[in-house]
Design a protein around this ligand. Structure first.
Ligand code: 5GP
Length: 112
């Protein structure tokens, strides 16, 4: 069971900001911006590189809900960033697909 499956199962506490049948969104334990939320599919997909054609609806839903969560958290006007880290060089540390929603300050580019 991945760490995020344990959060979904309420075995580990998290500050949940949105939930429906398909996704869960919760605040990152080590925020890198004033707003830093992770949105994950409840059905685990290890990472975007391993997503399959039948994950398309889940991934589309996740992206639309990421935008909705960002809007609900007040980021729509100032802007925000969505990030999927994939694999070692991408900085992935939890093998359960997740989208970082980052905002509340100007974000540098390119990332370090
Ligand atoms: P990754 O590095 O895999 O893209 O992102 C994993 C994220 O999960 C990191 O930003 C990390 O701070 C966050 N994280 C790790 N453990 C926990 C936890 O127990 N609770 C929460 N809410 N976030 C966590």
């Amino acid at each position: 069971m991945t760490l995020f499956e344990r959060i979904i199962a309420r075995q580990i506490p998290a500050d949940i900001v949105y939930e429906d049948d398909t996704v869960l969104a919760f605040r990152d334990i080590k925020p890198q911006a004033p707003v830093h939320v992770l949105i994950v599919p409840k059905r685990p997909i290890p990472r975007i590189a391993e997503a399959a054609a039948d994950d398309a609806a889940t991934l589309g839903h996740l992206l639309l809900k990421a935008a909705e969560v960002a809007r609900q958290l007040g980021l729509a006007q100032g802007g925000y960033r969505l990030v999927f880290n994939n694999g070692r060089d991408g900085g992935e540390t939890v093998p359960h697909l997740h989208c970082h929603i980052l905002g509340g300050r100007p974000l540098g580019w390119p990332p370090g």
